[in-house]
Design a protein around this ligand. Sequence first.
Ligand code: GRF
Length: 215
Amino acid sequence: MSAPLRLAVLISGNGSNLQAIIDAIESGRLDAAICVVVSNNPDAYGLERAVRHGLQTRVVEAGDYADRAAFDAALRDCLEAFEPDFLVLAGFMRILGAAFIDAFADRILNIHPSLLPAYKGLDTHQRALDNGETRHGVSIHLVTAELDGGPVILQGAYAIEPGETAADLQQKGHRLEHAMYPQVLYWLGNGDLRIDNGRIYYQQRPLDAPLVYQS
Ligand code: GRF
């Protein structure tokens, strides 16, 4: 048996995905350890969640550094000290530079509230509504230097019903997210999922389309 995955979770806000991962670990559904929770925002509610569960926390604030490269270097130093296997971006609202991403190549995951490659960037729910979409969803992807552009590992979709608001969609998305992130981490831990040189392998076969989350 290999050692439990060491996860560094990066947040900027509420941290409900962090909570879902904590809950999966504490209930024994996920064999992993959160070695640190890092926020770029000292007021992130997710930091309180982390403390409540006895996790180590760190804050690295962009305002304390001269430029993006200096911030990224500080974040990297902070994270490396905890020797994480994976960086789990969970509502982390900073763009990371190429040098940072290279330093953790194949080891950074992100969750994005759309069916990528559709709706990269912000405000995905409202933009989907404005375009009259009938379907939206969530993607977990490998982070590469292209914003929201790395290979997608797992997607979960939901229907948009007439009259629904962006808040409704966000809630539907969160429900999926909270099941999907622990699932992907579970697969990484048990070896079903492997990431090598920017390619995703599921049960030893290269993925040429995202896995589809079945609830
Ligand atoms: C999630 O909706 C995720 O898709 C996006 O940021 C949000 C974070 O929510 N990247 P939370 O902080 O985990 O509650």
